[in-house]
Design a protein around this ligand. Structure first.
Ligand code: GDD
Ligand code: GTP
Length: 446
């Protein structure tokens, strides 16, 4: 059987996903009707069936309540599934948690098959195919390799985004990800570089080799645990020698990097079969808020979520208890949570509306994320422009990189915000519990 391990948290606790992760851990934020983690677990269950032995979530957090509640919820949905959370004493890195919880994860001795998934990746999750590839080729380690060009294309997934819109610079794409160089015919990985400083892999761009991006999904056997343990032994020996201050996180020897302690050295290990499983699916990571919108339209499209109502443009997903007024226009790429009240004559497009939101009459919302409990008045315009280049006069006022990264020309209304009647919110982020009485444009309202 297969044991699935989902990495769901680290030292940075989703800084880039702030402000949405203030109230909800980012992997629990609702996308197309359910948390990202549930999309992953649903795929594990439906694709692997009885072959799925157990699911582990590895995380580090100060307050475990949201995750405890989440696991209870999953147990209600899948009463027969074994799910547990393994909580790290401090963030152990992408490899440290596996080693630290080795006994719990592996259980009895024997042949293990581990499927590791980064909790923040969005794709078609080809778990079954990947495991079949791993078995058929008698691999020790297989990694999901993403086509870098698909990664660029993925940003066209918001319906009115023109082809010219590129979130990533093609030239710099590799510098953000693990980069895999493999033999086209044998899929054997000959080289792995974690977030290379340059993208100059021209020497490998030929008929023999292909270059892919580490997609954050791996299948492996005990080989990996042995390498992690070895890496940790080396590290503790070193830190004892140097008499590091163990109160300092960086010197804690339990911290391991899957990429550096395993992948980097695998290509040179003669007895280990390290293969690249190439995917042809669009792929995203939930890093900044715009990725929640991209993921939303991706999942809606993938699940063919349709509605028979005349005033609804698919794909769309609406909770059963929500009433869609007949004089409104909804979609495409809209998901609406539970207990949402919609007024007459409203227009929603490319947006996530979380639970318990109230939207009053004649309001327009597009390219926006509306969090739980938000109340929006009549005749409001809540608008992100997404495709408009950020070279705008207004924006020069906020000419900081961080601002641009966060905003990506969408609107984010955080939990329990109140927007008054006739207020225009344009390409802005509004933090929780704010009350907006006046228009905001290119602003972060704190
Ligand atoms: N539990 C736990 N503890 N999880 C962690 C920790 C930790 O200390 N550190 C990271 N993670 C989880 C993150 O939550 C995320 O799901 C995943 O591991 C990836 O870690 P990041 O730190 O977010 O790395 P990244 O996304 O910049 O890059 C990694 O993932 C890419 C694909 O998803 C690398 O593996 C890249 O090579 C890869 O392309
Ligand atoms: P940045 O690099 O800072 O953008 O983070 P990241 O995208 O690498 O985020 P990562 O996936 O490493 O961590 C985010 C996750 O950490 C959240 O989704 C939670 O699962 C988890 N987490 C850990 N501690 C906390 C906490 O105190 N609060 C919240 N909200 N989440 C936490």
């Amino acid at each position: 059987g297969v044991k699935a391990v989902i990495l769901a948290g680290g030292s940075s606790i989703g800084t880039r996903f702030r402000p949405l992760s203030i109230d909800t851990p980012k992997v629990l934020f609702p996308i197309a009707g359910k948390p990202l983690l549930t999309h992953i677990i649903d795929n594990l269950v439906s694709q692997l069936g009885g072959d799925l032995e157990e699911v582990f979530l590895i995380s580090f957090f100060k307050d475990s309540t949201p995750f405890d509640e989440y696991v209870d919820e999953i147990k209600r949905i899948y009463p027969d599934l074994k799910v547990s959370i393994l909580i790290e004493p401090y963030p152990l890195g992408t490899g440290g948690g596996l080693n630290y919880f080795r006994k719990q994860i592996l259980g009895s001795s024997g042949d293990h098959k581990i499927l590791l998934i980064h909790g923040d990746v969005i794709c078609n999750y080809p778990f079954k195919e990947m495991i079949q590839f791993y078995e058929k080729n008698k691999a020790d380690v297989a990694i999901l390799g993403i086509d870098p060009l698909l990664l660029v294309d993925g940003y066209q997934n918001l319906s009115d985004t023109p082809a010219s819109f590129k979130y990533y610079d093609k030239e710099r794409i590799f510098t953000n990800f693990g980069t895999i160089i493999s033999n086209k015919e044998t899929s054997k990985i000959i080289h792995y570089v974690e977030k290379p400083k340059t993208s100059s892999f021209a020497q490998f761009q030929d008929t023999t080799y292909s270059i892919n991006i580490n997609g954050g999904v791996y299948v492996f056997n005990d080989t990996v645990f042995n390498l992690l343990e070895k890496a940790q032994e080396v590290k503790s020996a070193k830190s004892n020698l140097l008499d590091y201050d163990l109160t300092n996180d960086a010197s804690k020897s339990n911290i391991l990097s899957f990429e550096l302690d395993v992948f980097k050295i695998l290509p040179s290990e003669k007895n280990i079969k390290f293969l690249n499983f190439k995917s042809n699916s669009l792929w995203y990571q939930l890093k900044t808020p715009i990725f929640a919108l991209l993921a939303n339209s991706f999942f809606l499209k993938q699940n063919h979520l349709k509605s028979s109502l005349a005033n609804v443009r698919s794909p769309i997903q609406v909770s059963d208890d929500v009433i869609i007024p007949h004089d409104s226009l909804m979609g495409p790429n809209v998901s609406i949570g539970k207990n949402v009240k919609l007024g007459k004559g409203i227009r929603l497009k490319n947006c996530i509306i979380a639970d318990d939101v109230i939207i009053d009459d004649h309001t327009i919302i597009s390219n926006a994320i509306v969090s739980k409990g938000v109340k929006i008045g009549k005749w409001c315009r809540i608008e992100g422009t997404v495709n408009t280049p950020t070279v705008n006069k207004d924006i020069s006022l906020f000419n900081s990189d961080n601002y641009l990264k966060l905003i990506n020309n969408i609107v984010v209304l955080c939990q329990d915000t109140i927007v008054g009647h006739q207020v225009f919110v344009y390409n802005s982020i509004v933090l929780p519990h704010k009350e907006l009485k006046n228009d905001v444009k290119y602003e972060i309202v704190m």
